[in-house]
Design a binder for this molecule. Structure first.
Ligand SMILES: *[C@@H]1O[C@H](CO)[C@@H](O)[C@H](O)[C@H]1NC(C)=O
Ligand SMILES: *[C@@H]1O[C@H](CO)[C@@H](O)[C@H](O)[C@H]1NC(C)=O
Length: 356
């Protein structure tokens, strides 16, 4: 009897381990190779060599690009180089990124920007740039005011809070308030592996304002990119490890109610919304292993998805661009302005395309 119990227990354990391994391979797309999908009229942006993790664009066509991410488990070509924010004018025929000056008093040496988000104050047309920062591998949100005349970011405030523990991305919703995603529960690298392997869904979306901080959505493997719909009624949250995009409806008190979850085949990193059509665009990683174990001989690729009619019963998902890393490595985000597309990456270059 005892022997039988032992065999059963070992069997169960093996089944559990097997299930975890299968799940892990599935989640990470570990063996996936991609079919290339080319876009004509694309070029790499001059001067961006160390990442272009996040991009947000003003209605006028001025784009902000965060560069120089430093994050646990992520490769960097220049681990000691401080991060920067590039400005790019998409009205120019061949846009040239320039590194934005940041006002004195802000610690540039530890600047490690991640997600960013523009907020325009309708009262006086002031432009605020919210940037997730990881100084000394911590998580803060830096609020800047953009002085367009002088082309300088004036630092206003650093936001820190115990609920903002592993912030990845933000959506600014007021001069001092935002939604933020935490992409891991643990900070420690070993515990992050445990969290990943066990498939814990302990990450969330937090609403922050100086008076009120609370979790507004939970149950994600790794809540990552977050963006608001053009009518400002919905939020879209990308979960790379779940390979999903979750649609949430915003209520008047800033709480969120889940609407639907769209399952995809690839590791979606960050999302943007076409302000004209409402289409959701996503940057994605074809293969999780290649992203995390960087090998210049067999680099991670890039993938751009367009999702039309995400609110309908039959959203249409199209792979607009796919490359094996020979051109662009580790794409995180794709943002459209008029017929121009910018594709950012975790630690590599940035691609600029004229769509037909
Ligand atoms: C995701 O993309 C949006 C623009 O669509 C940007 O505002 C945000 O900073 C990006 N986040 C990350 C973590 O890359
Ligand atoms: C990537 O694709 C190009 C052709 O598009 C090919 O020449 C190259 O060998 C491929 N690289 C890898 C690492 O598969």
């Amino acid at each position: 009897m005892a022997a039988l119990l032992k065999v059963t227990l070992i069997g169960l354990l093996l089944a559990l381990v097997g299930e975890r391994i299968v799940h892990f391979i599935y989640q990470g797309n570990l063996f996936r190779e991609i079919e290339p999908v080319d876009l004509p009229n694309c070029q790499l942006l001059d001067g961006i060599e160390y990442g272009s993790e996040d991009i947000d664009i003003l209605p006028s066509g001025l784009a902000f690009i965060s560069s120089g991410l430093k994050y646990p488990e992520m490769f960097s070509f220049a681990p000691d180089r401080p991060g920067e924010i590039f400005l790019l004018d998409l009205n120019e025929e061949i846009p040239r990124p320039s590194s934005l000056r940041i006002s004195r008093g802000f610690d540039l040496s530890s600047f490690a920007p991640h997600g960013l988000s523009i907020y325009i104050d309708k009262k006086d047309d002031a432009v605020y740039l919210f940037v997730v920062n990881h100084p000394q591998y911590k998580s803060t949100v830096e609020i800047f005011k953009f002085d367009e005349e002088e082309k300088v970011l004036v630092h206003l405030k650093t936001v820190k809070h115990s609920s903002l523990y592993n912030v990845n991305d933000i959506v600014a919703v007021g001069p001092e308030s935002f939604y933020a995603t935490n992409d891991r529960y643990f900070w420690d690298t070993t515990m992050r592996h445990v969290e990943h392997i066990l498939g814990l869904r302990w990450t969330n979306v937090v609403y922050y304002s100086p008076e009120d901080v609370r979790e507004v959505a939970s149950g994600f493997y790794s809540a990552n990119g977050i963006i608001m719909s053009p009518d400002r009624k919905f939020l879209y949250v990308a979960d790379p490890m779940g390979k999903t995009i979750t649609v949430l409806e915003k209520r008047d008190d800033w709480s969120l109610s889940p609407v639907k979850v769209l399952q995809l085949e690839t590791i979606v990193d960050n999302v943007s919304v076409d302000p004209v059509t409402g289409d959701v665009w996503a940057g994605a990683h074809p293969n999780g292993l290649k992203l995390l174990n960087y090998n210049p001989e067999d680099p991670p690729g890039s993938e751009v998805l367009r999702i039309q009619n995400i609110h309908s019963d039959n959203p249409v998902v199209t792979t607009v661009y796919a490359n094996n890393g020979s051109v662009l490595q580790g794409s995180t985000v794709a943002v459209l302005w008029e017929n121009k597309l910018l594709v950012g990456t975790v630690f590599h270059k940035a691609l600029y395309c004229h769509l037909e």
